[in-house]
Design a binder for this molecule. Structure first.
Ligand code: AGP
Length: 368
């Protein structure tokens, strides 16, 4: 009913709008005295954390894209060898899983069959298994050595949105905590990073207030048949997630590429009928992303960019810009993903799709 949906026409829209709160609740009680502290809830002790040599992040779907974002953060803040894989691949391949490997299983439901099977394999290899999940009593939570919960509340829409937000929040906290214990965290930046992390929920809410602009843009492109999504660095997985949202609920073909890969093939797809969505926060790769925008423009593709407020260059290079409040390079996915979720939602709505229960999809994939 409308009441269950909190007055929103769909659970997905309600859940998108809950994301500032999800980020805030997932941070709550985990930062004290200007520093991340998970010692009260994780059973792994300092000795265990120092003994790790590698971290593997294993998941499916949207949880996999959250893991790809976390990969960049683990690389930046820790000295661990970082690897990310799709659970259905990891369970059958020969990657080296050792007792000094931390394997993080990221699953909203904690019931995804492939993720559970990957966990059984890692456990058999003697790895330390940690579940990052939204469901406390889930099979995954019960099978792992340790659990880090997201505080997203139940997610009803089949397309994951607020749990993605909860996952990245929890994974950033985990990376920060392990890095601190291992002594690799950039201490001189700590207060700046923590202060900014605490601002993120408000920045997410600022993006949500701009929904009407995103809806307007969605009406312009609702009947395009193909979309290309591009991003570099930490924005590449954001592009992947944006394209997945569009595919799942609007049934439009959308492909995401690392922007630098365009020249290696996908540029052949570009023409005036293929809108290109570019995730372009002002970060260390910004100039490179702008030159990819130029390449797509030269082939007359309509350019929709997601960028920071006040970015005049982006505004003049792209045909349409969805602006988000500026943040540090590390945290841009928290804000850039939101307009892409809303864009997918409004495109699907304009097309009359069944948003909360898209065809062929189940909320949780409990068979292989
Ligand atoms: C996301 O929108 C999907 N419906 C799907 O990819 C999902 O993220 C995936 O099945 C993983 O589910 P889990 O997080 O419950 O393991």
């Amino acid at each position: 009913s409308m009441a269950e949906r909190g007055g929103y026409p769909h659970f997905m829209l309600k859940e998108i709008h809950e994301q500032g709160g999800v980020c805030r609740s997932t941070l709550k009680g985990r930062i004290s005295g200007g520093s991340v502290d998970l010692s009260g809830e994780l059973s792994m002790d300092e000795h265990t954390m120092i003994s790790f040599r590698a971290v593997h992040l294993i998941a499916c779907g949207t949880s996999y894209y959250a893991s790809l974002i976390a990969e960049r953060i683990f690389e930046r803040w820790t000295d661990l060898d970082v690897k990310v894989d799709i659970a259905s691949e990891y369970r059958y391949r020969d990657s080296k899983i050792t007792p000094d490997t931390l394997v993080v299983f990221v699953s909203q439901s904690g019931e995804t069959a492939d993720t559970l099977a990957a966990q059984r394999k890692a456990r058999a290899c003697g790895a330390y298994c940690l579940a990052v999940t939204n469901v406390q009593g889930s099979t995954l939570a019960r099978c792992c050595d340790d659990v880090l919960l997201l505080k997203a509340g139940p997610e009803i829409g089949v397309a994951a949105t607020k749990t993605f937000m909860g996952q990245i929040t929890a994974l950033y906290l985990l990376a920060m905590y392990i890095a601190k214990v291992r002594g690799t965290f950039p201490i001189e930046q700590e207060s700046e990073l923590i202060d900014e992390l605490l601002q993120i929920p408000y920045k997410i809410e600022t993006v949500l207030e701009r929904e009407h602009l995103i809806e307007e843009l969605a009406s312009k492109f609702a009947f395009s048949q193909n979309f290309l999504y591009l991003g570099r660095g930490i924005s590449f997985p954001v592009a992947l997630e944006g394209a997945l949202k569009l595919k799942e609920i609007s049934y439009i073909h959308a492909e995401a590429y690392a922007a630098g890969e365009m020249k290696h093939g996908p540029i052949a797809l570009i023409d005036p009928n293929v809108p290109v969505v570019v995730v372009a926060p002002k970060d260390s790769l910004y100039e490179k992303t702008l030159s990819n925008i130029q390449e797509a423009k030269a082939r007359h593709a309509p350019i929709i960019a997601v960028g920071f407020d006040g970015d005049e260059r982006l505004a003049s290079d792209a045909d349409h810009v969805l602006c988000v409040p500026p943040t540090l390079e590390e945290f841009s996915p928290f804000v850039t993903v939101v307009p892409l979720q809303l864009f997918a939602y409004h495109v699907a709505k304009k097309r009359g799709c069944e948003i909360d229960k898209p065809r062929n999809l189940a909320k949780s994939v409990t068979v292989e």
